[in-house]
Write a protein that binds this ligand. Sequence first.
Ligand code: ADP
Ligand code: ZN
Ligand code: ZN
Length: 818
Amino acid sequence: MDQYVDVVLPIPLEKLFTYRVSAEIASTLKQGMRIAVPFGKSKIYTALVYRLHNNPPQAYEAKDIHEVIDTLPLVTELQLQHWQWIAEYYMCTLGEVFRSAVPGAFLLESETLVLKNTSRDIEEQLLNNQEFMILEALENKGSLRIREVSEILDKKTVLPILNRMMEKGYIELQETLHSMYKPKQIRTVRIHPKYKSEEALVSLLDELSRAPKQREVLLTLFQVQAETKKPMSTVELQKKSGTTAGIIRTLLDKGILEEEMIRTDRISFQGESDLLETPELSDFQRKSLDEIRGAFKEKDVVLLHGVTSSGKTEVYMKLMESVLSEGKQVLYLLPEIALTTQLISRLQQCFGGKVSVFHSKFSLNERVEVWNNVRKGAEKARVVIGARSSLFLPFSQLGLVVVDEEHENSFKQYDPAPRYHARDTAVVLASLHRAKVLLGSATPSLESFYNVKSGKYGYSKMDQRYGGVLLPEVHLVDIRDASRRKKMTGHFSDTLKKQIENTLNLGEQVILFQNRRGYAPIVECTTCGHAPQCPNCDVSLTYHQGRNQLRCHYCGFHELMQSQCKACGSSTLDTKGFGTEQIEKELEGMFPEARVGRMDLDTTRGKYAYEKIITAFAKQEFDILVGTQMVTKGLDFRHVNLVGIMNADSLLNFPDFRAHERSFQLLTQVAGRAGRTEKRGTVLIQTYNPGHNVLQQVVAGDYLELYREQMEQRREYHYPPVNRIIKISFKHREYNTLNEAASWFGKAMRNVFGEHVLGPEFPPVARIRNQYIKQLLLKIPREQSLSKTKNSIKRIENSFNAISWYRSVRVIYDVDYF
Ligand code: ADP
Ligand code: ZN
Ligand code: ZN
């Protein structure tokens, strides 16, 4: 009798799709295994087995599956439960979760492009016929689609073959989505393993007795490796043994030494997997650790609220240590941008070879490697550090999730679906594993603090910095007054200018924060008022002086800066507002001696650009760092004694209900970069509005007051964390269609939810990449059932889609929109 298998396809289908399988094959299938299935006219997808049964589908004739790919499940039962939660909670399909959860290399489909892995020498005699044919064809054509491989082998079922070739490293997939990230590599040397034995070594040293220089190199290498067990870089060996590159070359040529390229982020733990040492905690850190441990007896989630530089990382490490000693896995989540070598090497110093990094910038193969290690529960992936997508790894014995900088909004995935919040999704993941979650921040999100207040989360506070270092002094500088009294040079008040000067004279460093990149956000004609707009988006273009361009920050459109107004032709174009680039220029004028660096999206596009700037600044290769939000993220610089915020008002006035909370977080975090050693740092915040409550709260470091005041407003206007919100966006190329469709939806929503519906309205930028956008906001009281609410919305969407004119309008749900 035929059997049927329901599968998850990596596309946005509401329902599982059913295929037919023979009883024989069915007996080999398990939930979570991959199979290849035909879909539509000619497509082949990699699908995931969900369940087996005997019921043919009612609505369509089930097709036969193509082939079985795995012999063991790729995805665990727990993962599938987790995905199910994500799909339901964030209102997307299981297929969308599947697609974003597994590394693309696991999702071969008919259109995937396969390439030869050129970084490897492949020994031909090891290849079987099919492998040989594929590689030969790749040699000739450069790349092949999967269906072309099918034609070459005259075989329908090629995915298993390709998967095996990928595992062996013969082929790679083309990565169009990710710019390939090649972490910095260094050349290391070691003694050839054939000299491992005592005997072999002694005779080698004898042999070399007439080549004392070579012998010396070998002995040095020995001595160092006996101490550190780390691989040694070629350069270091040359220095330490006082030899030349030539001598090392000779040893390599003779086969006495071996060379290997090692990624710098892997260097410190090669070959070692023991627990090394975690730092000794200070008294207040120990107290906090005890509190957290105590709280974990009753609660699954604890918030560690520790001021900047209080040593939260050290507390995490202690907890991680005990979880590891129980043989469990730890996930260390942090915002993508905070995933720096600084932090990685700190963790590696403690946990040695147990640390794996999961990074979206890593190649597909590297991500597959981490995936497999986590699934096997391998020693080298006991601790996984990664950004939000590392939540999807196949943990088997998860014991602890640390969410560092839990307030960061980049934990929320914005596009595409699933639009999940990594912190909240981590809490669910942990509960499936009966694991604990530790949230850490100097400026907790209102959501998390609210959960503490309501007793759902435990709490521990550290309000001093490690080593008795004082928190920086924060001062407001009134620039309205300063401009009136002509005490401004460009965008610098005399106060800020003077402080920069003092700091530089002491040989210390300065960070300047400006929330905008480019030179000036708006170019305007002073004669007719025309401002150049992006042709694809409803937004003004930003002037970038360095390239003399006008650029759109939404779609990337750019054109040459005009010398005359396009509307009236007069040459009275003026710039308004200012960005990082302009600050940099002004500094050059004021402090021609100072070395200035800039960190924003424009300067960090290259492969290692971000790391390079951080490292150079940490090494004091330049004196002033000008940057956007990027400079706020958990960086630990030793010599920064002044932080200047060029203009706090643009943050405070941002049109979003979270603007004040975010301003507090951002300003406090940037301020926290100052004075991380003995000397007390200074922070100057320039503003037109020094009386603003939020600024006063920043100066006083008064989080509780911020919380109290903001919660009052959230209560009054029914925003999170008091209510939940779902944002529904509509997108379409035609203005009228969009407008009508959105109003129809809005009306239907209002019939059900009454005054809890806001909009539909155009967002501040109402057209992006030629798509018009309108948005609805639904506020859901805590006591209202979330699942019923979502069902009602889905019903409305079904009726909406029944109207043919509306069907082409994209409807996008963003639950707990951030
Ligand atoms: P946070 O994450 O709370 O901002 P960090 O963990 O970065 O703080 O700690 C700030 C600095 O203090 C780091 O350079 C860290 O190495 C040092 N530090 C904190 N606690 C200890 C400790 N117990 N022993 C040694 N150094 C510590
Ligand atoms: Zn004009
Ligand atoms: Zn644009």
